[in-house]
Design a protein around this ligand. Sequence first.
Ligand code: ADP
Ligand code: MG
Length: 297
Amino acid sequence: METVLEVRAARHSYGGTRALDGVDLEVGAGECVALLGPNGAGKTTLVNLVIGLLQPQEASWIRVHGGDPRIAATRRHLGVVQQSIGFPNTLKVAELVTGAAVRGGVPRQAAGPLMAELDLTELAGRRAAKLSGGQKQRLQLAMALVTSPALLVLDEPTAGLDVPSRRQFWRVLAERRARGTGVLVTTHLIEEAAVVADRVVVLDHGRILAADRPEALMARLPDRTVTARTTLDRARLERLPGVVSISCDGDRVRLATRAPETLLRVLLSEDSDLTDLRVEGAGLADAVVGLTEGNAA
Ligand SMILES: Nc1ncnc2c1ncn2[C@@H]1O[C@H](COP(=O)(O)OP(=O)(O)O)[C@@H](O)[C@H]1O
Ligand SMILES: [Mg+2]
């Protein structure tokens, strides 16, 4: 498989804040890699390095389609959907998509079919600044895809989209991937990463905690959290069956687990004074804790 993105030893600091701390990553042609991590993990920083917006620091090495993304000739192979973007007040939808085609060195006629594919034809004469959130995302995607890039980079593209818009978004991407476009997409939604990606890379505090196929990763993650007030001490909690990670807040404990039924049975039998019991789906935070502690066997 041809490599369309190569990241080696990416490090980045903003003043004294270390946002990335040695990240290696590759995306192949037609492959979708999801970069999953909580807020502040360093996802946008990595994206901004990949799209040539940030200067590489230290020995960070970034190649897109074999070239440096800070060079215009390389950026023609790159499509970008950013997390937050404002459109100029005066420009209309069709002008922006056509402009992206011309800047990317493809015929302006490429804009029409793409606008049709993303349901933008009816909005062609609308000012971009007046579009809804979902329409703006579709416009960004059209502008990103009009040059048929080798690599598409999307930073939290579906945040704020409704379910039908999400589905359309992923359907369009699947078609592009089938034609060889590599995709790097950031998200803080585990479920989304698991469904759309060939590979999931979990980032936290600027480091990669895990990188695997979604099925393999999900098998290592907790799927429930059990919270309760208990008098059991930490040593006894650690011996409970199926516990992936433990966090305490006063006398309230939070246990991440992949076997909630077994855990609850033992927990209730060991602590007859247990109160405030709750069982919930595990979130990304629990998964990250599980992976960080390295005991997600
Ligand atoms: N322009 C900036 N100046 C200073 N600190 C920043 C800047 N951008 C991001 N950071 C910090 O770098 C870390 C990573 O941020 P970011 O890459 O935006 O993470 P994510 O996209 O995963 O939420 C955070 O601690 C954030 O506060
Ligand atoms: Mg971000």
